[in-house]
Design a binder for this molecule. Structure first.
Ligand SMILES: Nc1ncnc2c1ncn2[C@@H]1O[C@H](COP(=O)(O)OP(=O)(O)OP(=O)(O)O)[C@@H](O)[C@H]1O
Ligand SMILES: [Mg+2]
Length: 326
């Protein structure tokens, strides 16, 4: 199947993204308007313009929608607060449904990035809004139930497990169990997992770590090679991305490389993994082979790393990248 065939078929694929969703607030401040506050004497930061985008699981969802998937929805939580409202609007602008974004008292994960209007540089510390504790039990139950109820209606489920702390984020042990149940009940459904710190804890799903994450997962459970990790996870397919080297595809008995495209001066490689996941998981759900899907992942990532921020790729841009590479 050529990339053009895959992109045509993607138009009929529906996808659910489950996981940690956050709001990125890009705040442009004018350094000329910095003056001491009358109350505290401390210099203020004068924000004159704000743009909002959905991050983490939201970045994956934005990428799926930009590639033309028929329906994209996010399952996670957002605070019942102003940032939650901005998050919903940002997702809906990108054609991502928020019907499964559960509103909670837990504040919305929010990253505030301060960009200097004169230079465009992010030269002040971020102001972040982080939940103070682990996922409340009641919220975890709601998320697990919603996942059970909705999974059957989607061709692909993409899991974004971004929490880099010992306490898990949205993807807890009970959510992992529900994913395993879904995998057993629907063996043909593409369930694709990107987990920064817990790849080895998933079962019967396709895991996509990068090289470092895969090595660390192996080390945590005393394994020495990726194939053994894939066998513990108990799914025939695993893809390990290797930045500018592309992706190593472990598919049954085969181990093959899908080489990355040559991008001499990438502008921003942040989110490359999310773009790869979106392209490859949609391609698999569209019926492409493992290698064709990894190629689609590489193509999508090669477009987004040429853009500032966590960009997305349209079908035309993907086809353009494919033509340039041939
Ligand atoms: N410098 C590069 N040149 C070409 N392609 C790249 C480059 N960096 C990343 N990619 C593409 O992006 C894919 C994912 O990259 P990588 O292995 O760095 O993911 P990651 O570490 O999960 O990224 P993230 O920072 O989003 O978590 C690669 O398989 C490749 O297709
Ligand atoms: Mg990654």
């Amino acid at each position: 199947m050529t990339p053009a065939d895959v992109l045509r078929r993607i138009e009929s694929v529906s996808a659910l993204v489950v996981g940690d969703v956050c709001l990125d607030r890009w705040c442009v401040y004018d350094p000329d308007l910095t003056e001491p506050s009358r109350e505290t004497g401390l210099p203020r930061t004068a924000v004159v313009r704000t743009e909002t985008t959905a991050g983490a699981a939201g970045t994956v969802a934005n990428n799926l929608a930009a590639l033309g998937a028929r329906r994209v929805s996010v399952l996670g939580f957002g605070g019942d607060d102003g940032h939650g409202l901005e998050l919903r609007r940002a997702l809906e602008r990108a054609r991502v449904s928020t019907e499964h974004l559960i509103a909670t008292e837990t504040p919305t994960f929010t990253y505030t990035k301060l960009l200097n209007a004169k230079t465009g540089a992010e030269d002040l510390g971020r102001v972040d809004f982080l939940p103070a504790s682990a996922l409340p039990a009641e919220l975890e139950r709601m998320l697990a139930n919603r996942l059970r109820e909705t999974a059957a209606g989607f061709d692909a489920i993409l899991v974004s497990d971004q929490a880099e702390t010992e306490t898990e984020g949205t993807i807890t042990a009970s959510i992992r169990r529900v994913l395993e149940e879904i995998a057993q009940r629907h063996p043909d459904k593409v369930i694709w997992v990107d987990s920064r710190m817990r790849s080895e804890k998933f079962r019967r799903v396709i895991v996509k770590p990068n090289e470092r994450e895969a090595s660390e997962a192996c080390r945590r459970i005393g394994l020495t090679d990726f194939r053994a990790l894939r066998d513990v996870i108990s799914h025939p397919l695993m893809m390990v991305t290797h930045a500018d080297r592309g992706a190593l595809v472990l598919d049954g008995e085969r181990e093959v490389w899908a080489p990355a495209l040559r991008v001499p001066n990438p502008v921003d490689i942040c989110g490359a993994g999310d773009s790869f996941s979106a392209g490859a998981a949609l391609a698999l759900a569209a019926g492409a082979s493992a290698l064709e899907s990894a190629r689609m992942g590489n193509l999508v990532a090669s477009v987004t790393i040429r853009k500032k921020g966590t960009g997305t790729a349209s079908p035309d841009e993907v086809l353009g990248a494919d033509r340039d590479d041939c």
